[in-house]
Design a protein around this ligand. Structure first.
Ligand SMILES: Nc1ncnc2c1ncn2[C@@H]1O[C@H](COP(=O)(O)OP(=O)(O)OP(=O)(O)O)[C@@H](O)[C@H]1O
Length: 312
């Protein structure tokens, strides 16, 4: 997993966002930032407002109040510039011309995308490349009306990455895909992020997303109730000891331990790297603390999510 630059200017910045449909508040004071190279997964119960938030971030819907910036430009005031480096699939599966082939549809998309200010023209070779990346070469010259739902879904992602965007936004990109298709989307998102692209995607698949997202935002009732930094959670190790409180106090003094807690019979430490585990064990043992077991303290996003959305 790459580590996105924490100090870089955010690629996506949502500030004080409200969205109302008549008297119904769908989004309430939503604030979030996504850095270059970061994968931000948005999750929450049905009707929480995920699609509305994604539509507003991409400029398809207008906020009642608040602002969205992409690469430092306001989506709703400088749309053409803000969206020049945006790739998105907001309505899944994306709309295509059924009577045209996959290649033809992407060529139409390429011409439109190539009109954005500062964007390089997209070549036929690039169209072939993204079709191959999405494992659609075999379907490339077939009419889109003959594509299955999953193939259309993949063609949508192909069109979103065609212009090598710096911001990629995908609304439920894996819904309707088979397990191999889901793995394919994960790899593409991971590779895009590794090349510096900021990604927001919405999903209900928590256990999958935990393997490659950097941050998970939990939206419920239109409010972003939590933002979970999965990288920090994944650096936790647990040590089974006779006296967890004493062990945690010792661990707390180590310079490479960021935070400690206890959960009997474990002392839990957030280390700055996995390579610190042997050093930590030696240190505990030198101070008379017998460690009966040491292992990663795996974070269960599903359990965490359940607790967050079930809170009154
Ligand atoms: N155009 C609209 N007019 C009125 N209400 C709307 C409109 N679009 C969405 N809503 C309402 O906004 C709320 C949030 O809907 P949204 O589709 O954003 O939720 P979601 O989190 O994406 O749900 P799901 O997980 O089911 O896809 C719902 O109560 C929905 O009825």
């Amino acid at each position: 997993m790459t580590t996105p630059g924490a100090s870089a200017q955010p690629s996506i910045e949502v500030t004080g966002l409200y969205k109302k449909y008549r008297s119904h508040t769908v989004l309430e004071d939503v604030n979030l930032t996504v850095s270059p190279g970061e994968v931000y997964a948005l999750t929450g119960p049905n009707g929480a407002g995920k699609t509305t938030l994604i539509r507003t971030i991409t400029g398809l819907a207008f906020p009642t109040r608040g602002e969205v910036q992409l690469l430092g430009r306001s989506v709703h005031k400088e749309g053409i510039h803000a969206r020049a480096y945006l790739g998105a699939v907001v309505e899944a599966p994306a709309r295509f011309y059924g009577q045209f082939t996959g290649t033809h549809n992407l060529m139409i998309h390429a011409r439109l995308a190539g009109m954005a200010p500062g964007v390089q023209p997209i070549t036929r070779a690039r169209v072939r490349e993204v079709l191959a990346l999405l494992e659609l070469t075999r379907m490339a010259d077939r009419r889109v009306s003959e594509f299955s739902l999953g193939q259309r879904q993949r063609l949508g992602v192909a069109s979103a990455i065609l212009a090598e965007p710096k911001v990629l936004i995908l609304d439920e990109p894996t819904s309707g895909l088979d397990p191999l298709g889901i793995g394919l989307i994960h790899r593409i998102v991971t590779n895009m992020a590794a090349s510096g692209c900021a990604v927001i995607l919405s999903t209900h698949h928590l256990r999958e997303i935990a393997t490659y997202a950097h941050t998970v935002g939990i939206l419920t009732g239109g409010r972003l109730v939590d933002s979970v930094d999965l990288r920090a959670r994944q650096s936790a190790y647990r040590f089974r000891v006779d006296d967890p409180v004493a062990a945690a106090a010792i661990l707390d003094r180590l310079p490479f331990v960021k935070k400690t807690s206890t959960r009997t019979p474990y002392a839990i430490a957030y280390l700055d790297s996995e390579s610190r585990v042997p050093e930590t064990l030696t240190h505990l043992s030198s101070l008379g603390i017998r460690v009966l077991e040491a292992s990663p303290d795996l974070f269960d996003l599903y359990e965490y999510y359940r607790e967050r959305v079930e809170l009154p």
